[in-house]
Design a protein around this ligand. Structure first.
Ligand code: NAG
Ligand code: NAG
Ligand code: NAG
Ligand code: NAG
Ligand code: NAG
Ligand code: NAG
Ligand code: NAG
Length: 511
């Protein structure tokens, strides 16, 4: 079984991968080189590490957690001064502290000024301290089209859900009290589990979500302007009815249980649109499911391999759904599928994808992760699967056991940048595996941003930033605008960790 899945995983890599010989004397030798669709990518070295403490708070008094769910760097602000770089980074937390139940947390996006100070003398023997500084500047709170706050609370079991003129029916929840377990008048709010972020040139944001799974556009001040409802095949069904609940009971009603637990069709619980990216000209939007839909293998970790990628034209409003492809997710040692947490546009046919295992890292049972990569997929030979029948409720492109239909060619998948290389991590005092200490990498890495090393990036050298989602795990936490105090039952304090890698992209690639 184990051997078979390893072979399957290897067979899927129709690209050439060569690990460079490990050389201590040649600083310039690459960590890894991959050729994908004839294009060569080089992981040169790790270039930075930094963190925001797990108990830091935003201007509303709430814990600054989960900020690596997605990030975007404003390229116009990116500046080099000597060996130092700075710019503005936007970071998206997901649905708030949720390890003991979902809360009436108002989804938001945070603004940071980041400074990266290169340290060319960092070695495993003599590591550099943190050289990436993240200075908190501001927060934008998200609201629905009528300026009512959106919420991280799990949506209702069934409809009617909230509906506004010009919008599809929006996943929403009816809550009691203040939605935190204290007195209040109750209410009905749009539910968002925010996971993907794009910063537009006019300052507005696209945000992808796991509940719908939907894609929302918010104004620079946070008001919902648009909502994209993806094809009906992705919409969760229970008893053949739309049911956006994700089996994530609210903290004030921990015994709430949805029947059945799993939707029969559509996105699996908490496996929604994790990946979101746009072309740099702002004309195309791409969104990728974390893993397969339930009717296509989504119910089992070993079957949920074939994830749908949706392509939209956003050159004008409303967005136009253009094409759909299948991305074959990687398998790791025990045959489980590594779900993906982010994608990033490289060219109209190639994308970075962050795929990883789960249950390993700081605060987890295992400290050693076995799969945590930024890889590449290429859709140039992939079948466009956008048809009325594939996209209808219950439409499927794979069997419920996850075997892809004949005649469909999935994207080409190429393994690339492994986060877990201790020979690089240790140069900055962090590690994979070993002691459960502050230097141990967090479990969840969920974001990608790229900025040039030199000038406009025409030489192909780029920094790749990734932040982790720490699930708001702290012993000194606050929600509800500072009024709700919590200590995570795990007993852990997890920082919001950030890593920077230096890569060489192929000629002509300017993400
Ligand atoms: C696409 O197919 C062509 C022809 O078989 C092949 O040469 C090329 O490598 C393929 N590209 C990718 C990205 O798989
Ligand atoms: C760079 O790292 C070295 C250890 O390798 C450390 O001694 C030095 O202080 C660091 N330099 C800066 C500017 O942080
Ligand atoms: C909540 O309401 C109840 C009943 O009205 C009251 O007895 C209680 O003191 C209130 N609790 C708080 C924290 O305000
Ligand atoms: C998707 O489902 C909705 C709600 O049932 C329906 O109104 C709509 O026509 C369907 N979309 C397509 C393309 O069939
Ligand atoms: C689905 O049907 C079952 C059996 O009738 C029922 O118990 C359950 O509440 C229904 N679930 C939803 C979400 O309507
Ligand atoms: C290099 O790529 C190979 C093949 O995908 C991968 O198994 C390995 O972990 C990578 N090695 C490093 C050092 O990044
Ligand atoms: C990028 O910079 C290079 C070198 O300075 C210059 O030759 C090139 O025209 C620039 N390209 C763009 C698109 O600005």
């Amino acid at each position: 079984m184990l051997l078979l899945s390893r072979i399957a995983a290897l067979a899927a890599l129709s690209c050439i991968v060569a690990a460079a010989p490990s050389s201590k004397s040649h600083k310039s030798s690459a960590v890894n080189t991959t050729t994908c669709g004839g294009q060569t990518y080089v992981y040169q070295e790790m270039a930075g590490y930094g963190f925001v403490p797990g108990n830091a708070r935003d201007k509303f008094g709430d814990t600054l957690g989960g900020i690596g769910s997605s990030i975007a760097i404003d390229k116009n602000t990116w500046k080099k001064k000597g060996q130092s770089y700075s710019g503005i980074l936007w970071a998206l937390p997901d649905r708030g502290w949720n390890t003991q139940g979902t809360l009436n947390f108002q989804n938001r996006v945070h603004k940071f000024e980041i400074t990266l100070s290169l340290n060319s003398s960092a070695t495993v023997k003599s590591p550099s301290g943190p050289n990436l500084d993240l200075r908190y500047l501001d927060t934008v709170l998200f609201t629905d089209p009528k300026s009512i706050p959106v919420t991280g609370l799990d949506p209702d079991a069934d409809g009617p859900y909230l509906q506004y003129p010009g919008f599809p029916q929006l996943p929403s929840t009816t809550y009691t009290g203040d939605g935190f377990g204290n007195n209040g008048t109750g209410g009905h709010r749009v539910s968002v589990d925010s996971e993907g972020l794009i910063l537009n040139s006019d300052g507005s944001f696209w945000v992808s979500d796991e509940y719908g799974p939907y894609i929302y556009k918010f104004s620079p001040s946070g008001q919902m302007l648009d909502a994209i409802r993806p094809p009906n095949a992705t919409i969760p069904l229970r008893n053949n009815t739309e049911s956006f609940n994700a089996d994530s009971a609210p903290v004030y009603n921990p015994n709430f249980a949805i029947t059945p637990e799993d939707p029969s069709d559509g996105r699996a619980n908490n496996q929604g649109l994790e990946g979101l990216t746009a072309s740099p000209d702002g004309k195309k939007l791409y969104a990728l499911m974390q893993s397969a839909l339930n009717q296509e293998g989504g119910l089992k970790k070993k079957n949920r391999r074939y994830a749908r990628l949706l392509q939209y034209s956003i050159a004008s409003s409303p967005a136009v759904y253009e094409a759909e492809y299948v991305v074959p997710l990687p398998l790791y040692s025990d045959g489980s599928v590594a779900g993906q947490s982010e994608i990033h546009f490289l060219t109209p046919t190639q994308f970075f994808i962050l795929a990883r295992d789960s249950g390993a890292g700081h605060g987890q049972d295992s400290s050693e992760s076995v799969y945590r990569h930024i890889d590449i997929f290429d859709i140039s030979n992939a079948t466009d699967i956008k048809t009325a029948s594939n996209d209808a409720f219950d439409g499927a492109i794979a069997s419920t056991k996850g075997s892809l239909d004949k005649g469909i060619q999935a994207a080409t998948y190429c393994s690339f940048l492994d986060f877990n290389v201790n020979a690089q991590l240790n140069r900055f005092g962090v590690h994979n595996g070993g002691a459960q200490d502050a230097g141990l990498l967090n479990e969840k890495w969920e974001s990608i941003a790229t900025v040039p090393v030199n000038g406009n990036g025409s030489d192909g050298e780029y920094f790749v930033f990734s932040l982790s989602d720490n699930d708001f795990i702290t012993q000194d936490g606050y929600m509800d605008f500072g009024k709700y105090k919590y200590k995570d039952a795990s007993g852990f304090n997890l920082d919001n960790q950030a890593l920077v890698f230096k890569v060489q992209l192929p000629k002509g690639v300017s993400p």
